[in-house]
Design a protein. Structure first.
Length: 157
């Protein structure tokens, strides 16, 4: 069964501890909370490696009330995120936007859906303003990425 994807929701692992820099750890945390599997579809390690969680055609468990039509992407970190993570995030969004034919306004932070969360603990608007302008519509409903200018090596706050 193919799901209709309308949005991408960005998350953080809420940990800067390097031994937590793997989706298998998040999976353990989520299973301990009663989840069937890790709640996210993708996890981005500090070095920019993208790890796979739930299959995209399986509903996630990452944002209450919005899992049915969304993809969840988690970056490892609480306060420290890397340029490599944001570069991989931009590339992954490019791929997903093309695959699901998403247009503007489809990217959200977890905190956009609840006042009870600070996740993803970085400024999504800043990410959108600094990285996604590097995406240029090619007229075919897909995106191409160009190297963003003046991006700090450590990423966002």
């Amino acid at each position: 069964m193919t799901r209709t994807i309308k949005k991408i929701v960005l998350h953080c692992s809420d940990s800067d501890i390097m031994k937590h820099n793997d989706i298998s750890i998040i999976k353990q945390w989520h299973r301990a909370r009663g989840f069937k599997d890790v709640g996210y579809h993708y996890f981005i390690q500090k070095n920019g490696t993208v790890q796979f969680g739930r299959k995209p055609d399986v509903e996630g468990a990452h944002v209450l009330g919005h899992n049915k039509d969304s993809i969840g992407i988690c970056l490892h970190g609480r306060k420290e995120f890397t340029f490599d993570q944001f570069r991989s995030l931009a590339r992954l969004i490019k791929e997903l936007a093309g695959k699901y034919k998403l247009s503007k306004g489809f990217i959200f932070g977890h905190n956009d859906f609840t006042d009870q969360k600070t996740c993803p603990n970085y400024d999504v608007q800043e990410f959108l303003n600094r990285f996604l302008p590097a995406f240029m519509k090619d007229g075919k409903g897909t995106f191409k990425i160009m190297k963003p200018a003046a991006v700090a090596e450590k990423g966002s706050k």
